[in-house]
Every structure is written in structure tokens, then in C-alpha cells.
Design a protein around this ligand. Structure first.
Ligand code: PHB
Length: 404
């Protein structure tokens, strides 16, 4: 795509104040901007395509957390620059370069799609710009490409997969499971997590079925599932496509005999769109409906009042990205150039999240409780903790050499 076409897609919420623009353009030392200027935050998220619903949830709640906690960083003014990444990995490098090199943002929040996040990481790792990932679960972010300035407030794809695998390993009636997923980093890592949890219990994977992201031609694969007759199907399919998948699954006539299971992304935020097709689906995720904690109830009420929408896990992850950044800014007294203080503040933060309190691992990934959920009506109902304080895949953590 031409540069111009991309620029027209950018939605700049507020334009640069003339003085700050001139300062940045003249290349003044960062310290000058750090002390007086606004804090510039680039939101690189999907605002179109199958994951656009997530981009909106994350943006809403991130801004809500920043607003609620403005006093903790001296009420410094914030300028948000919003960029639609279209969940397109081919455009990731150009898009992140615009935010880092041209707009000179202090912090980047992004993104949802693991393939796009991979492109972002290469630039943020090299440039050292503060980067908080509010969704994408790719292993590299907190594995081989980990860095002091890169943080994640969501999950690794492996975590929810492993949780569901561990649940199934304890069910003697589920011996043969077929996986059916999008073939890209998120799907592959989710399936690996499932197998790591499930196979130790003596189960087997009947077949791995794949389709490319963001394809939605599920029918031929579901016909294959019907002929294999496994005990369950584990799927990483998400976003608007997830609702179609659940409907196709029911239409294929297999849902009564072959339960569909997955990481919570399969059903999260999609129960209205799926109609009754999601009923009874079990998933594992780091969030659920009906946690009924004081913190979660308060968050849900505020979110619903502000946005006239029910929050989902994506809203929680965006909110926590705000809380994590606030912890960094508070430690640096609002001065984004105090990088060491900011990083220390974030590393040591205990996030009082609606999902339950969590901390970061040494690789900067949340260590968190994973909930078993079951769709009942319009809820991903909490069925209890599947695994407490789950860290990331040990084989991935071993690849993280953080350095200074
Ligand atoms: C990812 O690409 O890492 C991803 C995307 C959507 C989800 C979860 C993970 O719902």
C-alpha cells in the first residue's frame, strides 16, 4: 500500500501542539520533551477487520485506566495517536516505523495479532521505545525477542492452551482430540500449549487440521472431523470469525457428540454474535464472567457506564496496560526520559486487575490464574480456577536473555 493510503487511514485523535511538533522535528534532546511536553502514546491496534472489536475494547479501557490514575503521574497531558494496523503483518514494519521515527512516540501500545506484533517487536527492541503488548500472545515477545522495554499485560498463547490441555488430561473419557485452528503463530502456539497439557495425561491427538488466517471456510474441515469422530475438538479461531465458526460447527451436526473446546478466545466477546451456537462450550482463559470480586464488579460497572458495553478480556488487558504504564510513570514522576525508573516501576508492579492480582515474570509476561469457563446463556461462566499462577512455556522462557 502507498504511504498516502496508509496516512489517510490513520486517525489522529489530537494533533501535535505546534511547539512540541517543532521541538520533535528539530531533534531536541529527549530530556527537553520529557520534562514539560505531553506524553505521546501510539495506539497501534486493529480498528478494521476480524479483530477490530478487540482494538476498540483495548483502546476504551486503556484510556479509562489512564484517566482514572492521572493524578499518579502529575496529571501530565497525554496525546494519543491511533493507527489501524488492519491485523496485516505485511504492513507492520511501515506502521510501527511511522509511530517511532516520524511521530516519535514515548510509548507504543500494540497489538492484537501475533504476526503484526512480531514486526513491531523488531523495531521497538532495536529503538528501545517503551512497548506494552495488550493482547498478542506470540512466544517471541517474552522469549527470544524479550527486552527491558517490552512488556505484555495479556497472556502467551501457550498459557490458555496449556490450561485447557491440563483440564482435558484429567478427563478419562477424552482420549482422542482433534485440533482445528488458524495456522499462524497464535494458532500454532495455542495448539502446542494444549498438547503440552493434554498428552501427559495419556491422551492422543487424532489429527491436526489447519486453515490460513483469516479464512472462514470451515465446512470441509468439519466434514473431516465428522468422519474421524474424536472425543473433542480443540480450536484457536477468534474475532468475528469465531462466531461464524461456532455456528458452522452446530450446522455440521457434530456439536452434540463432539464437544468443541478451546482457549477462551473462541467464545470471548462473541456470545451475542454466536446466538445459541456457543451454549455449553468450555474454554480456559485468564478471565471469566462471574468472578464476583469487588475489583471486577467495580471495573465492570464503570466500563458499562462509560461505554454502554459489557467488558471482556480484551478490555481487561487494555485496562491493565494502562495500570502498568501508570506504575512506570509514577516511579519516574511523570518523566518519560527516566527510563531506568520507569522500567523498574513496571517490573515490580503488582497489578490489581479485574481478573485478579498478577505480577510479571522475569521475561515480562503475566504470571496468572487460568479459569475454566462454560458458556451458559450470555456468559462465559466461571467454573473455578483450572491452574493457579501459571507462568509461560519453560522452553520459551529459556530463550529470553533480557540483558540490561
Ligand atoms: C494473537 O494473534 O496472538 C491473538 C489474536 C486474537 C486473540 C488471541 C490471540 O483472540
Amino acid at each position: 500500500m502507498s504511504q498516502n493510503a496508509t496516512f489517510t487511514r490513520r486517525k489522529v485523535l489530537k494533533t501535535l501542539a505546534a511547539g512540541a511538533a517543532a521541538g520533535a522535528a528539530l531533534g531536541f534532546p529527549a530530556i527537553v520533551r520529557g520534562q514539560g511536553a505531553k506524553i505521546k502514546i501510539g495506539l497501534m491496534l486493529p480498528y478494521s477487520g476480524t479483530f477490530s472489536i478487540y482494538g476498540e475494547s483495548i483502546t476504551n479501557s486503556f484510556m479509562m485506566a489512564m484517566k482514572e490514575n492521572a493524578g499518579k503521574f502529575g496529571g501530565r497531558e497525554i496525546e494519543y495517536i491511533r493507527l489501524d494496523d488492519e491485523s496485516d503483518p505485511a504492513k507492520a514494519t511501515d506502521n510501527i516505523n511511522r509511530l517511532v521515527t516520524r511521530d516519535k512516540v514515548d510509548v507504543v501500545i500494540g497489538t492484537v495479532h501475533s504476526g503484526v506484533a512480531a514486526g513491531m517487536l523488531r523495531i521497538t527492541k532495536e529503538s528501545g521505545v517503551m512497548h506494552i503488548i495488550p493482547n498478542a500472545g506470540l512466544a517471541q515477545a517474552t522469549g527470544a525477542l524479550c527486552a527491558p522495554n517490552i512488556f505484555r499485560t495479556s497472556f502467551s498463547n501457550w498459557q490458555a492452551g496449556y490450561g485447557m490441555g491440563a483440564v482435558m488430561a484429567n478427563r478419562p473419557q477424552a482420549k482422542n482430540v482433534v485440533t482445528l485452528s488458524w495456522r499462524y503463530a497464535a494458532g500454532e502456539e495455542s495448539v502446542k500449549g494444549f498438547k503440552d497439557g493434554f498428552l501427559k495425561g495419556g491422551g492422543k491427538i487424532g489429527k491436526e487440521l489447519w486453515l490460513p488466517f483469516p479464512n472462514v471456510e470451515f465446512q470441509p474441515l468439519l466434514t473431516e472431523v465428522a468422519s474421524i469422530k474424536p472425543d473433542a475438538v480443540y480450536s484457536f479461531i477468534a474475532g468475528a470469525a469465531g462466531a461464524k465458526y461456532m455456528k458452522d460447527y452446530v450446522a455440521a451436526g457434530i456439536s452434540k457428540n463432539i464437544p468443541l473446546i478451546g482457549p477462551g478466545f473462541l467464545t470471548e466477546g462473541l456470545l451475542d454474535a454466536a446466538g445459541g451456537a456457543a451454549e455449553g462450550i468450555e474454554t480456559v482463559l485468564h478471565y471469566a464472567d462471574g468472578l464476583n470480586s469487588k475489583r471486577d464488579n467495580e471495573f465492570r460497572l464503570n466500563y458499562a457506564k462509560t461505554f454502554k458495553l459489557q467488558p471482556d478480556v480484551f478490555a481487561v488487558q487494555g485496562y491493565d496496560a494502562g495500570l502498568l504504564l501508570v506504575a512506570g510513570l509514577a516511579a519516574a514522576k511523570g518523566d518519560v526520559t527516566k527510563r531506568k525508573e520507569m522500567i523498574e516501576g513496571m517490573r515490580s508492579a503488582k497489578i490489581d486487575s479485574p481478573r485478579g492480582p498478577w505480577r510479571l515474570s522475569k521475561a515480562h509476561n503475566p504470571v496468572q490464574d487460568m479459569y475454566l469457563r462454560k458458556v451458559v446463556g450470555k456468559e462465559n461462566k466461571n467454573m473455578g480456577i483450572a491452574i493457579k499462577a501459571l507462568d509461560d512455556d519453560p522452553s520459551v522462557m529459556a530463550l529470553c536473555k533480557m540483558g540490561a
